[in-house]
Structures are given as C-alpha cells and as structure tokens.
Design a protein around this ligand. Structure first.
Ligand code: KIV
Length: 283
C-alpha cells in the first residue's frame, strides 16, 4: 500500500472515509502495523507510561522519543509516522518548538509532529508550519496538562466546555495545523468539533463521529494492565498469552523438558567422542 499524505487524509474527510491510527514505539510493532495496512502511526509520549512505567507523560525527553521514533520509522517505511512532541519541547518558545519539531524530521524522517493545546500554542503551530513541517493539534484530555485538568478526566462534557473546545479547535486550524486529534470527550462534543473544522478531526475516546480513530497499541492489545481508560476496546489479550508462555517456559526448564535436541547445535561428526577421550569423561 502506498504511503498516504496529508492531502490523502483531507480527501478521505471529503469522501467520508475513516482513517485508522495506532501508536507504536518499536521496530517489530511498527512492522506489524504497516503489514496490517493501518494508515498512521503515532510515536506517542504515552511511551513514558506504557514502556517506561512513569505515572504520566511528563518525564519523557526528546532524546527518549527520538530513539523510539527512529525505530518505528525503520519498521514502517511506508506508513505516515507522527512524532509526539514531549513536555517542554515546545511550550517555552516558538524557537524551541521549531528546533525540536525539526529534530523529528531530520533524525527520524517523520511525516508530521503532534503537540498538545488549543489557543495557547497557536504561535508554536504557526512557527512549525511556516518552517515547512506538518502539525497535528491535540485538544481535550491533554495528558501533559493533566495537573491543570485535575487528572486524566473526560473533557468537554458541558455545553460551555464543548464550545470552548470548538474555539480551541478553530484556533489550531487557523494556525495551520493539517489534522486535529481530540481526546476524552463525549460523542456529541467530538461530532461538533469534527463538523466545525474543514481539516480532518481524529478521536481517541471522542466517539464514533470523528473522521478517524486512534488507540494506544498496548491498550488495544491487552498488554498494559496498570489502568484501562473507558474508551479502550481490547482486541487481544496479549498479557494473558505472554503470562501463559512465560509460565510454560519456566515449568519446562524446571522439569528438564527444554531444551530438547531440536533446539541444540550439533558437534561435527566424531568430535564428541574425541572430546570425551581428551577429557577422560563421557559427555
Ligand atoms: O502519547 C500518546 O499516545 C497520545 C495519545 C494519548 C493521544 O498523545
């Protein structure tokens, strides 16, 4: 399948075709995502929680996310890859934002960068776009500002809060973003934002009316059991399958059932006997 561009995504919105999007953090997962024909990969700063075990996304650094983004690009050379700008890589200044967005392009050959926030990050969005890069906005439940939101809580669940989010969404579109991600809002709010913008609006926990859907790979594969947001559908139980495999492996070692001959290298002909004679012991 040919790699899609932002023009394809704009076209898909016009035609009412849904976009598929998933996170990935490593080479083998990225390969599988590409083989499955998923449209987009987000190398999210959720890596901090689901790979590094931090309680939130704030500790993730540019260097950390770059390693993961480079690995994902190697695994999925023909998929639209988005680099997620970590906390304090863009908030302090437009110049920081351009510099760090540029790192994603130069070092990991991404197709877009994503950053969190509405009106308050429009200068950064404009700066990155004016430098020739593609920006995806992210509003609603924005994990990097979870302290201000009172935790990982649904947003836009009153009429006034929904209107404020629509204003944020329009500001991000006007600043030049090509796509908007909306997280953790009721379907009515997700629909209103999707209808208010001419750029594609994708949702994670924003209901079925968005132009596309995103899920975190470890959540949808049933790999991450620390907590599961309401919007996650588990398409597999990899944690269960992995636990079972680990248990079986340990049992077979303890019972002397692994490794059998099938999993052992062979001495060259006659060499085992020669070695036994040299050592004066049977082998
Ligand atoms: O980091 C991430 O995976 C994200 C999603 C939660 C939207 O930003």
């Amino acid at each position: 399948m040919a790699k899609k561009s932002v023009l394809d995504f704009a076209d898909m919105k016009r035609k009412g075709e849904k976009v598929t999007w998933i996170t990935a953090y490593d080479f083998p997962t990225a390969m599988l995502v590409e083989q499955a024909g998923i449209d987009m990969i987000l190398v999210g700063d959720s890596v901090g929680m689901v790979v590094y075990g931090y309680p939130g996304t704030l500790p993730v650094t540019m260097d950390q996310i770059m390693f993961h983004t480079e690995a994902v690009r190697r695994g999925a050379p023909n998929t639209f890859v988005v680099g997620d700008m970590p906390f304090l890589s863009y908030q302090k200044s437009v110049s920081d934002a351009i510099e760090n967005a540029g790192r994603f392009y130069k070092e990991a050959n991404v197709d877009a960068v994503k950053l969190e926030g509405g009106k308050r990050v429009t200068a950064q969005v404009r700066g990155i776009v004016d430098s020739g890069m593609v920006v995806i906005g992210h509003i609603g439940l924005t994990p990097q500002s979870s302290a201000q939101l009172g935790g990982f809580k649904a947003q836009g669940n009153t009429a006034a809060a929904a209107v404020a989010l629509i204003e944020d969404a329009k500001a991000i579109e006007e600043a030049g973003a090509s796509i908007l991600l909306v997280e953790g809002v009721p379907p009515e709010t997700g629909k209103a934002i999707t209808q208010a913008l001419s750029i594609p609006v994708y949702g994670i926990g924003a209901g079925p009316h968005c132009d596309g859907q995103l899920l975190i790979v470890s959540d949808m594969l049933g790999m991450f059991e620390v907590f599961t947001p309401k919007f996650v559908k588990k398409y597999a139980d990899l944690a269960g399958a992995i636990r079972q495999a680990f248990g079986e492996y340990a049992r077979e070692i303890r019972e002397g059932k692994f490794p059998t001959d099938d999993y052992c290298y062979k001495m060259k002909a006659g060499e085992a006997e020669k070695l036994a004679t040299m050592l004066g012991q049977s082998l």
